[in-house]
Design a protein around this ligand. Structure first.
Ligand code: PRX
Length: 661
């Protein structure tokens, strides 16, 4: 075997571990002293994992206790077998019964200035009961699927909880998706009822939803479309199928006796955004899911339900919204902010207005948004009083160390710990994260599996890599919130997650363990680049680029290269006004910077300065399209892009791109 082949063989099983990051942030002393969770939780869970989860399940009210914590026939799990509970009662009724009816469940903030509404737990309970009664009148029965295509308004939460109450699994389709996306999802899970609104407010204008529903339900078995009047815009109406929410829900009784459902009764189907293939309908059930989201929401955010104002700034159409806007916070009786619109409407300080007004204490958002704020510059948050914040979190992508530092400094005032939480639609709840009162945070690391969660980083052959090594993330033990399958496609479920390494769950992400054994997520394995036989993660090179003071955001891809196999092509968005970021000199400066940060092997062959990057609607960079550009290919499917015009702008950049030969 030649040296090169050796090197390639060597590199195959692992991912190069290139970045070094030495900054550490201890938990604030008072937070550590009063933390919900201490380091003992790890030992307790390790000693008896099932007993640990059984203890967490007692956060919920059960009508019938479970008999067995877990039945596991890989890859099929059943949690809290024999137990019965109602998710909606756990999220709402029990808080009212406990005397907390006057507590605010949501500070709802509509996008138009001043359009706000505070909703107490008692009001929420009444609304959920009315909606459940209305669904029953409309013929909905336990087990029926209901599609939800709504803006971020209180009725969206109410609808989800009414579905849960009746045992009718919901499938929420993000309101920014097209009629086609709604149709394929509605058909896939065979929903006969769609709940929508005339429209919602986005970017300062009423944006219609009903026309997409009209188009989507044509030729399907949908028999009822329930429509909330939000914007008041004109809508087409199909008599006999379309019903106004205010006509049918408002006149219902606010009493509704909920049936307890089996712990394994389906709660919802969430379609993953599917950057390549047909979306997968990820199935979540009731008892285990609710246990995990309630526990993680309480533990990772160190939730003090009496005083915290919690804000997950994500859309309810994503799993983050399901688990940490709706089910987790409500199960814990928390007060949350629910914001309808975009961060830059009517101005770029909108979020900070909201934090200031409601004295938000915990903020949870995505790296893509943090990098956007970096691009807009620190002057925007600096004009606001953000001193109420005590903890800030990140989810959805690896957070680049520099974005973490920026977030910690300019948003968290250097006093708030950052919790970088790794999980997936499939996992239901958080899996790998620091604990804010325990963990000394490292910028860019998700650190350790949470108590009760087991994972490993393995090489091609499935062997655990040593500390300091990189490979593939697998989850080695079942967990309560895990997906129970892909709706209607069992074969794909087994093939996608369980076939690569027998008996363990393949997450599809690259990861490395540092010298302390802490975990760093390195992006999707499909995105890994192979340069001269070294498998290099896109995340590390992107983070090196973002650590340059003039770069706000970066995406890198591997493009075919006659010499090195693949060459690294980088797309960068400058910070602020972008002064001094054009031309070969800047490209050279960045190459040198990357070489200094991680080594010459990771130097981009080509650097393009761009204004935007192609992203899915949940903010993930679509590197597949950038690869097409870098290799001068016809663009692949762009339908899941948030803004498809971005690709024209990027492609136009290519001929003038600076290139190092
Ligand atoms: O690649 C990982 C990335 O997002 C993927 C899951 O995406 P989705 O199902 O849309 O769920 C997003 C919200 C939970 C993962 O496979 N990801 C998520 N969180 C992190 C992350 N990558 C690195 N660090 C994270 N904290």
């Amino acid at each position: 075997m030649s040296d090169t082949a050796d090197a390639q063989e060597d590199a195959q099983g692992t991912l190069a571990n290139l970045m070094r990051e030495n900054r550490r942030y201890d938990p604030p002393k008072d937070m550590a002293a009063n933390a919900n969770v201490t380091a003992d939780a790890y030992d307790e869970a390790a000693a008896d994992r099932l007993a640990f989860w059984e203890k967490q399940a007692q956060r919920l009210d059960w009508d019938t206790p479970w008999e067995t914590a877990l039945e596991w026939e890989s890859p099929y799990s059943k949690w809290f077998v024999g137990g019965k509970l109602n998710a909606s009662v756990n999220c709402v009724d029990r808080h009212v019964a406990a005397g907390n009816g006057e507590k605010i469940a949501y500070h709802w903030v509509g996008e138009p200035d001043g359009d706000t509404r505070d909703i107490t737990y008692a009001e929420l309970k009444d609304m959920v009961c009315q909606a459940a009664n209305a669904f029953t009148e409309l013929g909905v029965q336990k087990g029926d699927r209901i599609a939800i295509y709504m803006p971020m308004i209180p009725e969206t939460v109410v609808t989800m909880l009414a579905c849960a109450r009746l045992g009718a699994p919901h499938t929420v389709v993000f309101g920014g998706f097209s009629a086609d996306a709604l149709k394929s999802r509605t058909l896939d899970c065979d929903a006969h009822v769609v709940v929508t609104a005339d429209g919602g407010y986005r970017r300062g204008a009423a944006s219609a939803l009903k026309p997409a529903v009209d188009e989507a339900v044509t030729g399907t078995d949908v028999r009822t479309v329930l429509v909330v009047r939000r914007t008041g815009q004109d809508v087409e109406w199909t008599d006999g199928r379309d019903v106004w929410w205010h006509d049918v829900v408002d006149r219902q009784s606010t009493d509704h006796t909920a049936e307890a459902h089996d712990a394994e009764h389906p709660l919802y189907v969430m379609y993953t955004s599917g950057t390549t293939a047909k979306p997968k309908g990820i199935l979540h059930t009731t008892g285990g899911y609710l246990t995990q989201v309630a526990y993680t929401h309480w533990a990772v955010f160190d939730l003090k339900a009496d005083t915290d104002i919690f804000w997950t700034a994500a859309d309810i159409g994503w799993v983050t919204g399901h688990s940490y806007i709706v089910y987790g916070p409500l199960a814990n009786g928390a007060t949350s902010v629910l914001y309808e619109g975009t961060p830059d409407t009517p101005h770029k300080g909108r979020w900070w207005d909201i934090v200031e007004k409601y004295k938000v204490t915990i903020l949870y958002t995505a790296p893509t948004t943090i990098r956007t704020f970096m691009k807009w510059g620190e002057a925007v948050p600096e004009g606001h009083d953000l001193s109420s914040l005590r903890l800030i979190g990140s989810v959805g992508e690896p957070i680049n160390p520099e974005a973490y530092i920026w977030y910690r400094h300019f948003i968290g005032g250097d006093r708030c710990p950052v919790v970088d939480t790794w999980w997936q639609t499939e996992t239901g709840g958080m899996m790998i994260s620091p604990l804010p009162g325990v963990t000394a945070g490292k910028p860019g690391a998700a650190m350790k599996p949470l108590p009760g969660i087991s994972c490993e980083v393995v090489d091609e052959a499935g062997n655990a890599v040593p500390d300091g090594g990189g490979g593939y993330l697998v989850l080695t033990e079942p967990w309560p919130g895990m997906l129970r399958g892909i709706w209607g496609d069992d074969e794909r479920f087994r093939e996608t997650y369980w076939s690569r390494y027998p008996g363990v769950y393949f997450a599809g992400d690259g990861a490395k363990k540092d010298e302390d054994g802490d975990l760093w997520l390195l992006g999707r394995v499909d995105d890994v680049m192979n340069v001269s036989g070294h498998r290099i993660s896109t995340t590390e090179v992107e983070s090196a680029l973002v650590s340059h003071q003039k770069v706000a955001e970066a995406a890198v891809v591997g493009a075919t290269d006659p010499t090195t196999g693949q060459g690294i092509v980088a797309f960068v968005i400058p910070r602020g006004d972008g002064e001094g970021t054009s031309g070969e000199e800047f490209a050279q400066e960045l190459r040198n910077h990357v070489a200094k940060e991680i080594g010459p092997i990771a130097k981009p062959r080509q650097i393009l300065v761009v204004a935007e990057l192609p992203k899915t609607r949940s903010g993930k960079i679509m590197r597949r399209l950038l690869r097409d550009v870098a290799e001068n290919r016809q663009l692949g499917d762009v339908t899941t892009l948030q803004d498809s015009s971005v690709m024209d702008l990027i492609s136009a950049k290519l001929p003038s791109a600076a290139r190092e030969e």
